[in-house]
Ligand binder design. Structure first.
Ligand code: PLP
Length: 227
């Protein structure tokens, strides 16, 4: 494919997904490993919310791309990279431990900003995926440990289903994540603005939405495969 054709492909897919995703569900276009030019094509089709999984890559793109882009960080965030990313994201979706959360909080306070985050829940069968278990997550919220945060706003949960063709397993994983999300909202009644449930990717977003997702992270279906 020549570059022009590839651009048309990104524009067409962005338009398609912006129309497909139901009202009330936010579309995050996952642009990791794709060049800034591809992001500009999606931007031209009206997309403003993009997801990146590596700190260096996000910062490099942020520097050269329009300032009204909302950057979502969706990868595993190493503690030694936290300081660099504070103040540069609209949402860090992948806070996978309380230790990381506390570090984001202290660095945000130092920088004089409030960082919006999602806590990442691990329900998938793969050990390789990051996140707190439902037990750890529920304990964190029912014990009110979020109350000591000074510069971090927990806006909801992010989770991934098992990587499998077994759609019933995928549905069950999303139902488990949604169940945990609802339980937190019922028990932690003083939590304000805890309303984002980010689940669903290119291959499983429809199942995720039917289980209550209100934020989907679509990469391959918009930008093509990553090499
Ligand atoms: C890469 C990635 C996505 C996008 O996956 P696709 O299958 O390409 O849509 C979504 N969420 C996370 C956390 C990712 O790392």
């Amino acid at each position: 494919m020549n570059p022009g054709m590839e651009n048309n492909f990104v524009v067409a897919n962005t338009e398609r997904y912006r129309a497909l995703v139901p009202d009330g569900v936010e579309l995050v276009a996952v642009s990791k490993f794709h060049p800034a030019e591809a992001i500009l094509e999606a931007y031209g089709a009206g997309q403003r919310r993009f997801g990146e999984s590596r700190v260096q890559e996000l910062l490099a793109k942020e520097e050269v791309l329009p300032k009204d882009i909302e950057w979502h960080f969706i990868g595993h965030l190493q503690t030694n990279k936290v300081r660099q990313i504070i103040g540069r994201t609209a949402l860090i979706e992948s806070v996978d431990s309380e230790r990381l959360l506390r570090l984001i909080d202290s660095e945000s306070k130092k920088a004089g900003v409030v960082t919006r985050v999602l806590m990442q829940l691990h329900v998938a069968k793969e050990e390789t995926k990051f996140g707190m278990t439902p037990e750890e997550m529920l304990a964190f919220f029912s014990e009110g440990r979020y109350r000591t945060l000074e510069a971090t706003h927990i806006c909801g949960l992010m989770g991934m289903a098992s990587n499998t063709d077994d759609t019933e397993r995928v549905r069950r994983d999303f139902a488990d994540i949604a169940g945990c999300f609802r339980k937190i909202r019922e028990t932690a009644t003083d939590l304000v603005g805890f309303d984002h449930l980010s689940m669903g990717m290119s291959g499983d977003w429809q199942i995720a939405v039917s289980e209550g997702s209100n934020m989907v992270r679509i990469g391959t279906a918009i930008f093509g495969s990553r090499y």
